[in-house]
Design a protein around this ligand. Structure first.
Ligand SMILES: *Cc1c(COP(=O)(O)O)cnc(C)c1O
Length: 416
């Protein structure tokens, strides 16, 4: 087989695709292009670039609009987008945004009009919940929540919601890790005409362990602030589409809203992509070892982690759509909130902070922080109880993190 015929694997392509050193004076790693505007070779070239950007002329096959102005596009966005594509099976177009919320907002607003409806799983990330309830609903776009993992209810909502344009799934759900069957939601959407777009917030298990586009979803969305960025030091968001036509209006809105990821942040994100599989694999192995030990600790009432699922339907969905259980688990402590706080107070290796997916282990109490604005009724539905602590495992030596958790849990057990 010649080099050109051989299939390039994702972990290679992320280092070799889409970046030509000749365009960065030969540097092995990309330069940062901070310019806000780009010089045209001729007035005709400027005219053509604007015509392509405005959708007034169709580009020739392989032709992209010349760089114009950095709110529309810039070299570092192009480079990081080219490197994101091989990481998402079946991805054909990627776009970067200045936060995960910016990616979600832009994807939703690009594909809905007032009078349309969005069916979405709950619990869902608090920002997404608020975007739908407090912004899109008053704007005239109806949000229809369905409990994550309830396939029958999801089928019914997809079939019966008038003007359903988008089905937005977040799986696994935060913080209980309840999984929703992506392939079945796609199936259900296909039975409607016009077919709603299926979008998956893939932040928790992607791109390493869950591949929504392979399962038929149209868009995979990320808070790249989490595993893709990986070091808790940048905010970024990503949308990856199966069909470039679905991306076209999203890019157009991004140009308008001005929420493209800035060149320096693109460069940082790009430098993290080659290690995302290494990091996530280590985080998942660490989390599995730690979770499977902690589940037997006397202070623990219940531990939520995919390898510890007991519900047969959840096990079936997990085995059908996830390669590994991932780096996040939640633990419900017997002593309720006082025990949870005592546990957090006595951690020495792990840190008490929201967010997840970084190389360092972070632990938070959702009821009093990330989920504090959620109503009592919704809290019950989403399983956010007083004793619940969410854990995002890092790449430390797992034995140190386990020992830290065990001694802090011993302290929490004293409060029972
Ligand atoms: C953090 C997060 C978001 C929001 O991303 P930002 O980068 O903070 O805007 C969306 N979805 C999930 C699942 C998240 O964890």
């Amino acid at each position: 087989m010649s080099n050109t015929e051989r299939k390039i694997h994702p972990s290679t392509a992320v280092l070799t695709a889409g970046f030509d050193p000749a365009l960065s004076v030969g540097s092995a790693r990309p330069a940062v292009f901070r310019s806000s505007t780009y010089v045209f070779p001729s007035p005709e070239a400027a005219e053509r670039a604007f015509a392509i950007l405005g959708g007034r002329v169709k580009p020739e096959p392989g032709e992209t609009a010349d760089l114009i102005y950095s709110r529309f596009n810039h070299p570092n966005a192009e480079i990081v987008e080219a490197h994101l594509l091989p990481l998402e099976n079946n991805g054909k177009a990627a776009a970067v945004f200045n936060s995960g919320m910016a990616a979600i907002m832009t994807a939703l607003m690009a594909h809905t009009r007032p009078g349309d409806a969005i069916v979405y799983t709950v619990p869902i990330y608090g920002g997404t919940q608020s975007l739908i309830q407090n912004f899109l609903e008053p704007w005239g776009i109806l949000g229809v929540p369905v409990a994550g993992g309830d396939s029958a209810a999801l089928d019914s909502a997809i079939q019966h919601t008038p003007h359903c344009r988008i089905v937005l799934l977040e799986t696994p759900a935060n913080p209980t890790l309840t999984m929703t069957d992506i392939a079945r939601a796609v199936e259900s959407a296909s039975r409607r005409e016009p077919r709603p777009l299926v979008m998956v917030d893939n932040t928790f298990l992607g791109p390493a362990f869950q591949h929504p586009l392979d399962l038929g979803a149209d868009i995979s969305l990320y808070s790249a602030t989490k595993y893709l960025g990986g070091f808790s030091d940048i905010l970024a968001g990503v949308a990856i589409c199966k069909d470039p036509e679905i991306m076209r209006p999203i890019r157009a809105r991004r140009s308008l809203f001005g929420n493209i990821l800035a060149p320096d942040e693109c460069w940082i994100l790009d430098s993290r992509l080659p290690t995302v599989h290494l990091r996530m694999n280590r985080q998942s192995k660490n989390a599995q070892r730690i979770a499977e030990k902690l589940v037997a600790h006397p202070a623990v009432k219940k531990l939520y982690y995919p390898s510890l699922f007991t519900d047969p339907e959840q096990i079936r969905i997990r085995d059908a759509q996830c390669d590994y259980p991932g780096g996040i688990f939640s633990v419900d402590l017997k002593g309720g909130k006082p025990a949870a706080f005592e546990f957090l107070r006595h951690l020495q290796v792990a840190r008490n902070a929201v967010s997840l997916g970084g190389v360092e282990t972070l632990v938070c109490h959702p009821r009093s922080t990330t989920h504090s604005a959620v109503s009592q009724q919704e809290l019950q539905l989403s399983g956010v109880v007083d004793g619940l602590v969410r854990v995002s495992i890092g790449i430390e030596d797992w034995r140190d993190v386990l020992a830290d958790f065990e001694s802090a849990l011993d302290r929490a057990a004293l409060l029972q």
